[in-house]
Ligand binder design. Structure first.
Ligand code: AMP
Length: 283
């Protein structure tokens, strides 16, 4: 695996690869590091589809509201490099903050049609604009054929698709299924902040989504949401931040159970950790 820290050298290398290989697709996997199986599933999806896989590790200050959260974000870089090598990633891009946001960088505000203001955006103002700023920098310079994002952050995938439209980026966005721990908890770099027993019990989030899936057609969306709220509330210290049934493309809230293409989005605060999950609801 080759490591680059500057756009200039990375882009030179990619230019050389494009010229010397016969139309190999370039796949890009943006991450903030502290890699786990969820991230690695994106690397594998890229490797299946593309000739060259580029992973970036960049803890993006623009998407953190709270500077403590940013400072505390885990940065096990040696371990990450080892995992990427094991998973046959071709290129790691490891830029500094100054490289991504040079002094003359002007922060952009994208028209995300309100997608950035709902759900996760409510409690984290500016978060999705921060995500879009860094992803635009990466996609507009690297110009990968495909970029891979996890369904785990469902709202983010919808925001990124919208960004590619409004900013006229040519990269195709692929969404890769959620990878879960053995008890069903969606893998996340934040899970290490849970106690061992909390991490074990946190399977109640997926159980909640399963209760919703099982009941919403017969009992109605609103009653099914109540059932899930009671389930979550029965776990001490668990606080439901939101549980929404929405149209899977527009993310507009839906109250009518006859609507097709639904997604359920949930966020729970547990032991001081904000845990996200979601489920595409089947008919
Ligand atoms: P992060 O490093 O948290 O910014 O995540 C980088 C990418 O990995 C994002 O596209 C995430 O949605 C994705 N990801 C994180 N956790 C999972 C998971 N459990 N399953 C699938 N993808 C994931």
């Amino acid at each position: 695996m080759v490591i680059f820290r500057q756009f200039e050298t990375l882009l030179k290398h990619l230019y050389f690869l494009k010229k010397t290989t016969n139309g190999l697709g370039f796949g890009f996997v943006p991450t903030m590091g502290a890699l786990h199986e969820g991230h690695l599933s994106l690397i594998r999806a890229s490797r299946r589809e593309c000739g060259v896989t580029i992973c970036s590790i960049f803890v993006n200050p623009a998407q953190f509201g709270d500077s403590n959260d940013l400072e505390e974000y885990p940065k096990p870089i040696e371990q990450d490099i080892e995992l990427l090598v094991k998973n046959a990633c071709d290129i790691l891009f490891l830029p500094s903050v100054e490289e991504v946001y040079p002094v003359d960088y002007v922060n952009q505000c994208y028209d995300l049609n309100g997608l950035d203001l709902r759900f996760e955006g409510k409690s984290r103002p500016g978060h999705f604009q921060g995500v879009c700023n860094v992803i635009y920098r990466f996609l507009s310079l690297i110009k990968p054929d495909f970029a891979y994002f996890g369904q785990k952050d469902y709202q983010q995938t919808v925001v990124i698709k919208r960004l590619t439209e409004v900013a006229q980026l040519n990269t195709i966005i692929r969404v890769v299924p959620i990878v879960r721990e053995s008890n069903g908890l969606a893998m996340s770099s934040r899970n290490i902040r849970l106690s061992a027993s909390g991490r074990n019990k946190a399977s109640f989030i997926l159980e909640g989504l399963e209760i919703l899936q099982k009941n919403f057609r017969v009992q109605g969306i609103s009653k099914a949401i109540d059932l899930v709220s009671w389930h979550i509330a029965s776990f001490e210290g668990a606080e439901l931040d939101y549980l929404i049934v929405a149209d899977s493309t527009s993310l507009k809230e839906v109250k009518d159970e006859e609507h097709t293409d639904l997604v359920a989005l949930i966020a729970v605060n547990y032991e001081g950790v904000h845990l996200l999950d979601n489920m595409i609801l089947s008919q």
